[in-house]
Design a protein around this ligand. Sequence first.
Ligand SMILES: Nc1ncnc2c1ncn2[C@@H]1O[C@H](COP(=O)(O)OP(=O)(O)OP(=O)(O)O)[C@@H](O)[C@H]1O
Ligand SMILES: [Mg+2]
Length: 354
Amino acid sequence: MNSLIKGANGLVGDAPPPVLAAVSGAVGLLLMWRRCQPGLVGLAVMVGFVAAFTPASLAVAMYTIGTAYRKARPLILYTAAACTAVFVSLLTSRPAGNLRESLYTLALVLGMLAVGQTVAFRRDLTLEAQERAQALEREQHLLTERAQVGERARIAREMHDVVAHRITNIVLTANALKVSPAGQSMAEVAQAGDQIRSEGHQALEELRDILGVLTPGRDGLRAPRTPQPDASQLGRLVESAASRGQDVRLKVNGHPEALPDAVQRAIYRIAQECLTNAAKHAPGAVVTLTVECRLDGVHMSIANGPPIQPAAAPPGGGYGLIGLRERMALLGGTLTAGPHDAGFKVEACIPVDT
Ligand SMILES: Nc1ncnc2c1ncn2[C@@H]1O[C@H](COP(=O)(O)OP(=O)(O)OP(=O)(O)O)[C@@H](O)[C@H]1O
Ligand SMILES: [Mg+2]
């Protein structure tokens, strides 16, 4: 068609117009497959160009080649093929080819190839930017998820430490009242009642602190109302265990009160969980709690013998030691726990930067 409009020529330029129109139309139709087979269609259009001088079709085919290939080698090869087609068309045209028209065609074809390349380059850049944004979004999502999982684990640990310890104490104190009601004076019964009330009160206070973190008020996150436990409260922890009838021997070497807050809290929570465990799983057993501040960090050991009395507290969910291990992992420390000399022993080591 192009040849008819332009009155130009080609190998079959002197054929009757219907033949010329059919060849030009066939070359144009080939472009329908240019996206799936850009190279093959390009070569076929070049042949069609030599036959019927179809510069528009050749330009479109070269544009598609420009968008489809990124490497220099195929681009150079197709450019050379297009130049050859234009040159061959100039030599073989009937009637004779026109040099000006051929040069114009060459410029158009190469220009379209360059436009195709630019479009492909911009498309690649956009795609790359989109992929980078998606990867960033995915990474952000993962980080948020990890932070949420970490926070959930932290809250679960705190809940366990507060609830399991306090409720076990309440159950054990109430059980002592039930077991020997006759052997206790009114003063002892009143003291036990007081202990139950105080444990329940503290459990509520500590739970409110945790819930305060979960449900921020109007002024943002609420600060804890109960002081965070630290190493200076170890003595009180042991006294409280002794008041429920537990025989605990505490040995402290060094000054754990001078250690960082997170380390002190870990020391307290380990002691708290292990004393609760001993009261639950080995009632009546003597417990030895040792805290040693060494140059490389704090070493703790909590050991108890076999149970002497029948178990008084219900079995737990098995989260205590897991929570302690997680706490240790966050501080870069280690915790081992297991049967020892017919009893049980927990050893923890928390590194401290000096
Ligand atoms: N002092 C101990 N004496 C004997 N067995 C113990 C002692 N401490 C822990 N264990 C054993 O190790 C298990 C795991 O302890 P862990 O503290 O993780 O769970 P738990 O005390 O049973 O439940 P939770 O702490 O969730 O209330 C216990 O179920 C118990 O069998
Ligand atoms: Mg426990």
